[in-house]
Design a protein around this ligand. Structure first.
Ligand SMILES: [Zn+2]
Length: 274
């Protein structure tokens, strides 16, 4: 089963918004998943997070979370590194309470260091986070995301390598891969290769429980500029949906378009009609 998710509370949610109202509204539109955007901060109010989880459960909606942006697991500064790990752990802990299945993270910047050195630092940080899994987030996946700029840690191979070692699965953001490569990863053949690589690392069964991001995207030689609505971009989104359908990809498919629920519904309807 592939659940199409909005990136946060739908724009058309009546009233003052909030995740609970957003879940109810998304559900009324026919959407069955949401990625909760804790990108500025992780909430501290346990009761409210429990209410989010209960609402999603009652509505039968799948949840993922986007962890805070202020993270760099390759930071040479001990304070920044510890603060980064804490933000990720807080997101994972609250996700456990809300019944979230997977939390995506922008792991690191290379900071001009060789990718292999950054890899070692990210790996070590993930190792220390994973020591607390049983205690704090036993049923939540930590998903390192494929990133859109060549200055960022997060090629597909990098995130798969760390994930495999710690029995995790990454967040595959195909739009970021498209931007990072200045226009590649936009054909049926390349997407099939992408899923082949994924299943080579994590096994064929892993394709039925993925954490995917997709949207239109503006890019240049330095990679990602910003996200775009599907129909204003060069993304061959119909072809991508076809590949997902043909390969029976399952999990949560977050549509990170500025058009929010409109593009999420466009993807969902197109996918269901295939
Ligand atoms: Zn992201």
């Amino acid at each position: 089963m592939l659940y199409f998710a909005t990136p946060g509370v739908p724009r058309s949610t009546p009233g003052s918004g909030g995740t609970v109202a957003g879940l109810r509204h998304a559900h009324s539109l026919g959407i069955r998943a949401m990625e909760i955007e804790w990108v500025q901060a992780v909430p501290k109010n346990v009761e409210r997070v429990e209410e989010v989880g209960q609402t999603a459960k009652d509505l039968g909606m799948a949840l993922t979370v986007h962890a805070p942006y202020y993270v760099n697991l390759n930071s040479p500064d001990a304070t920044t590194l510890e603060a980064s790990k804490k933000r990720i752990l807080d997101a994972l802990t609250m996700s456990q309470i809300a019944g979230v299945r997977s939390v995506c993270v922008h792991a690191a910047f290379y900071l001009g260091k060789p990718p292999e050195a950054a890899y070692d630092n990210v790996r070590r940080a993930v190792e220390s986070i994973m020591k607390l899994k049983q205690k704090l987030f036993p049923s939540v996946n930590l998903a390192l995301e494929t990133m859109g700029k060549p200055s960022q840690f997060g090629t597909l191979e990098e995130v798969l390598r760390v994930s495999k070692e710690f029995d995790l699965y990454p967040c595959v953001d195909s739009a970021h891969m498209h931007a990072r490569t200045n226009g590649m990863i936009n054909t049926t053949e390349e997407w099939n290769e992408m899923f082949d690589t994924y299943s080579t690392f994590l096994g064929k069964k892993s394709l039925s429980g993925m954490h995917l991001h997709f949207s239109g995207i503006a890019y240049g030689p330095k990679g990602e500029k910003h996200h775009l609505p599907l129909r204003e971009s060069d993304a061959r989104w119909r072809d991508f949906l076809k590949v997902c359908k043909d390969r029976q990809i399952g999990g949560v498919f977050v549509c990170e378009s500025p058009e929010m629920e409109d593009d999420t519904l466009l993807l969902q309807k197109t996918f269901n009609a295939l």
